[in-house]
Design a protein around this ligand. Structure first.
Ligand SMILES: Nc1ncnc2c1ncn2[C@@H]1O[C@H](COP(=O)(O)OP(=O)(O)OP(=O)(O)O)[C@@H](O)[C@H]1O
Ligand SMILES: [Mg+2]
Length: 233
């Protein structure tokens, strides 16, 4: 078996925007199924999340997903790693729900019948068959976030990165999306300010001013975050 199977490796990675370093010299190996990312606004969380699926390439160092470098294998990486944005309006492209889910599948060459069948089973599995022919922009916030997730799930990625997926949701829809996330077989990486969400996670990374300052079990990383706020660097 490939020794890199099911593993994210980040080696001496920095991300610079002109002379500003959004991330500084990050070294990490991640092989757990549930990984949380926390830290203050502007600490580098989204930049880190974007590195994982190659939306952002490192200015220095190397990011590898299952042994594939993001800087050389963009297309394969984007199939392997799904990305859910904070605001589903930035992700939903097509006017009808079904078309939005079908888009990625069409791109990779599935035929009409296969696409129809995949969408059938996906919508049924999540109890939202009734949304199939609805106008995407008329969905509620929770339904839109679910659609964004389904459009990623249908592509069967190995990893899914969520960048603050519950920000715009009310309590009920937040719970629903969390339940969906909990059931996913994929490795999930979640950027969040909602620390309660991370209780049962395997590992939590804490960023501060572009540096990785904790990499620990949730309770310890959250404690480090609280300490940072009351007793800054
Ligand atoms: N494309 C860019 N060009 C210039 N600066 C950028 C760019 N993207 C991010 N930055 C800067 O890098 C820093 C980290 O941004 P990032 O979006 O990763 O923070 P964050 O931890 O996700 O914050 P938040 O909690 O507010 O979402 C910020 O100071 C931001 O202004
Ligand atoms: Mg962010």
């Amino acid at each position: 078996m490939n020794k890199y199977y099911d593993m994210i490796t980040i080696e001496n990675v920095s991300v610079a925007f002109e002379d500003f370093y959004a991330l500084k010299n990050i070294n990490l190996t991640l092989d757990e199924k549930r990984i949380g990312i926390i830290g203050s606004n502007g600490s580098g969380k989204s930049t880190f999340a974007r590195l994982i699926n190659g939306l952002q390439l490192p200015s220095e160092g190397k990011v590898e997903i299952d042994g594939l470098a993001t800087c050389k294998n963009g297309k394969a990486i984007r199939r392997k790693v799904g990305f859910i944005f904070q605001n589903p309006d930035h992700q939903i492209i097509f006017p009808i729900v079904e078309e939005d889910i079908a888009f990625g599948l069409k791109n990779i060459g599935y035929n009409k019948a296969e696409i129809h069948q995949k969408i059938d089973s996906l919508l049924a599995a999540y109890g939202v068959t009734h949304l199939r022919y609805k106008k995407s922009h008329l969905l509620s916030g929770g339904e839109k976030q679910l659609l964004a997730i389904l459009s990623v799930l249908v592509m069967e990625p190995t990893y899914i990165v969520f960048d603050e997926p519950s920000t715009f949701l009310d309590l009920k829809n937040k719970r629903k999306i969390l339940q969906v996330m909990e059931k996913l077989n994929q490795t999930i990486i979640v950027v969040t300010h909602d620390l309660d969400l991370l209780t049962h996670f395997d590992r939590v990374l804490l960023f501060e001013q572009g540096s990785l300052v904790a990499n620990d079990i949730p309770s310890a990383a959250i404690k480090a975050y609280q300490k940072l706020i009351y007793d800054p660097l």
